[in-house]
Design a binder for this molecule. Structure first.
Ligand code: GDP
Length: 392
């Protein structure tokens, strides 16, 4: 799955940066098109793996490289004013080989929250490739203004994207760590999931053959429709075959002939339960799995640990769990890891308590902001005597 990845704003840029670091570490050969866009110079300079030529500073004449704070209306205006520059930077990097655009941003802030929907609008109008967004939701303790920003950004994004994958900072805050301290860990979790998704439909490592191949068109078919998605993920250590056999040795001696079928069943069960763990464990945004329209399962790991039967079992199980019936599944053999990872994309989910809560907080915030403004105007006017004429 070849993404043109755009990190918009601070959170988006950091997640993109970590993704690139991760790909480098794995010795990945996937050719990536990337762009980090920001109104804050220091945020762009803080990135380590996004190439210098792929970092673009916008809004210089307005905010002088200092960012927009949490003003996402200003973020949207700057993106709108400089859309020609952004689009030509994208076009210059070439788009004919990509499968989809992926915009990553924090929805509670200013630059990414305001700019992402503007960019999504133009990309969806100009290109036939789907436009996806990964939107990071603020934690409740960040306050009502962040909620209002996120609610506005989400509504706007949903008008233009083919899919919005949500990540809830509140649900992902790590025990004993502050929210800020948790960011690095949350970003790692996002990147792990993205790395598996990006492998779908990509050329296999030399000498590897997938049991069931999922290509990029199946990812696209899963994500179509413009809804909200959540991603589950689980891993297990892939025990080397020699160790497994050593553990089973007495058993093997007794029933040598049945050795193979037992090992195969064991493998199938492990894959099926790993997928179940991914779907029922911590999702990027907690949601009711039964409200998902479609699902996609991707399993990656050393080839001797992948299993077609297990994957088919997991697929059947998932079909029972979700509202719809479309479940796609595939695997990707790789020697670059000691783990087997299962990714479950729950596409177009509709029962998401956090989104409803955010909507409520945003409505309250909007009312409070309007009330405060009305009061301020009334009180300021009451400071002055009506008999005094203004100069102009
Ligand atoms: P922008 O630079 O104006 O687009 O603003 P940010 O990207 O900093 O967006 C602020 C929101 O993103 C807040 O809700 C933060 O909780 C969240 N955020 C900021 N940095 C990170 C990060 O590195 N990881 C995650 N997961 N969230 C972040």
């Amino acid at each position: 799955m070849r993404f043109f990845m755009i990190g918009f704003g601070q959170a988006g840029g950091k997640i993109l940066d970590l993704f690139l670091e991760n790909e480098k570490m794995r010795g990945s050969k996937i050719e990536l098109k990337t762009l980090a866009i920001n109104t804050a110079r220091t945020d762009l300079m803080g990135l380590k793996h996004v190439p210098m030529q792929d970092r673009i500073l916008i809004g210089q004449t307005v905010v002088k490289g200092h960012g927009v704070g949490t003003d996402n209306k200003l973020g949207a205006k700057i993106a709108q004013d400089e859309i020609e520059t952004i689009l030509s930077e994208i076009d210059n990097r070439g788009t004919h080989e990509i499968d989809a655009f992926l915009i990553i941003s924090g929805l509670g802030g200013g630059t990414g929250s305001g700019g992402s929907p503007v960019l999504a609008k133009y990309l969806s109008e100009m290109y036939s490739e789907p436009v996806y967004a990964i939107g990071v939701l603020p934690a409740p303790e960040e306050g009502k203004l962040y909620s209002l920003n996120a609610a506005r950004s989400m509504i706007s994004l949903l008008k233009y994207v083919d899919n919005l994958i949500l990540v809830d900072n509140g649900a992902w805050k790590f025990e004993g760590l502050s929210l800020r301290e948790s960011f690095a860990r949350i970003n790692e979790e996002i990147v792990r999931r993205l790395a598996v998704l990006a492998r779908a439909g990509e050329p296999m490592e030399e000498g590897m053959v997938g049991e069931m191949v999922v290509d990029s068109s199946e990812v696209i078919n899963t994500l179509r429709g413009g809804g909200i998605s959540s991603i589950g993920y689980a891993t297990s250590l892939a025990e080397p075959e020699s160790k497994k056999k050593a553990k089973l040795l007495p058993f093997f001696k007794a029933r040598k002939k049945e050795e193979e079928p037992i090992m195969e069943d064991d493998k199938a069960m492990k894959i099926a339960s790993l997928v179940r763990r991914a779907a029922l464990g911590r999702l990027t945004i907690p949601c009711n799995i039964r409200s998902a329209e479609r699902a996609l399962v991707l399993v990656a790991g050393p080839p001797e640990h992948l299993d077609r039967k297990g994957l088919e079992k997991a697929k059947l199980w998932l079909e029972e769990q979700i509202a719809g019936v479309e479940v796609r599944a595939g695997d990707y053999p790789t020697r670059r890891t000691k783990y087997v990872a299962a990714l479950v994309v729950l596409a177009n989910v509709t029962d998401i308590p956090r989104v409803r809560e955010l909507q409520r907080m945003a409505a309250e915030a909007k009312e409070e902001v309007e009330d405060a403004e009305r009061m301020r105007i009334e009180k300021t006017l009451s400071l002055f005597d009506e008999d005094i004429e203004p100069l102009i």
